[in-house]
Design a protein around this ligand. Sequence first.
Ligand code: PLP
Length: 355
Amino acid sequence: MITKDTTFDIKHCENSAIDQVDFNNIAFGKVFSDHVFIMDYADGEWKKGSIEPFGPMTMSPASMVLHYGQAIFEGMKATLDTHGTPMLFRPEQNAKRLNFSARRLGMPEFPEQLFVDALKTLVDLDKKWIPPQQGSALYLRPFMYADEAFIGMRAATRYKFIIMASPSNPIYNKRIRLYAETNYIRAAHGGTGEAKAAGNYAAAILPTEDAKARGYDQVLWLDAQHFKTIQEVGTMNIFFKIGGKIITPNLDGSILAGITRMSVIELLRHKGYEVIERSITIDEIIEASNKGTLEEAFGTGTAVGIAMIQDIGYKDTTIHVSDESPVGQMVLDTLNGVRAGVVPDELNWMIKVKS
Ligand SMILES: Cc1ncc(COP(=O)(O)O)c(C=O)c1O
């Protein structure tokens, strides 16, 4: 069935795959909801968007994204409140960040209101795919890539913007171990580290696999010049509690400005904690650990939520961080609670999919 509204054409899938999903046991990133949102850019403008059944797409072997890597993405979550109402967490922030990434990669910006409207339309259509348990969510993946068939190094003239949705359970139910990388870097000043560019992740795959082979969960990225200043972790930003103060690396142009990071800073300040955004080195963490002032550390990101850090491997040593993370746990419970509508949304983060 095809329905047309003024904004998007909607082609409904014939057979929903929802019955094949066990919401208590979802492998992250492997299961996709029934529909995707698709919008094309050509002739200098975004065309009319449509919602279509999820399925394979055709692409020219000369599609520019395959050769020059103009690809950016976002990650966000839809949840249900206690009344079963679908909600989105700060989608306008993802719209802004997508456009920041687009500018850095020489891609066209996507209209921010349209971004939010497309998300709402897709989530409303696939709302049965939102897992009801607190901590679980329908993960949303908006992305944009160059889709012009052309071999040659320049900005493409044709792009696709797509949103797909994937139900997810929490990723880490354990404390994690980080490996502070001193051979490879994620980002340097003037590079693309501040953009959510697919190429950043490609460059991180080998070091991440190496870290996993050594028994760690994620890479702790250090600065490109001296391998000292802490940037971020895998797909998360990082927070430390040292001597009663919360410290997180400042956004220096090489760090992805996490929306969870921004929300955690706002939440902690709202609760009366002192949060300092400043440059922090691995040496300072070692010193705090030796002095006994390193109280806890946690990573923050949409897919992972809040991941409590147990220890950090650095060169030949292991820095034991902590076995408990009371502040991290409070933040995790608050964020999950706000998303599930059981904790008051005092900072006005949530928006209803249908108002
Ligand atoms: C490299 C990187 N840093 C940090 C984050 C956390 O960002 P957010 O809180 O917006 O998910 C992510 C996830 O998107 C990421 O990929």
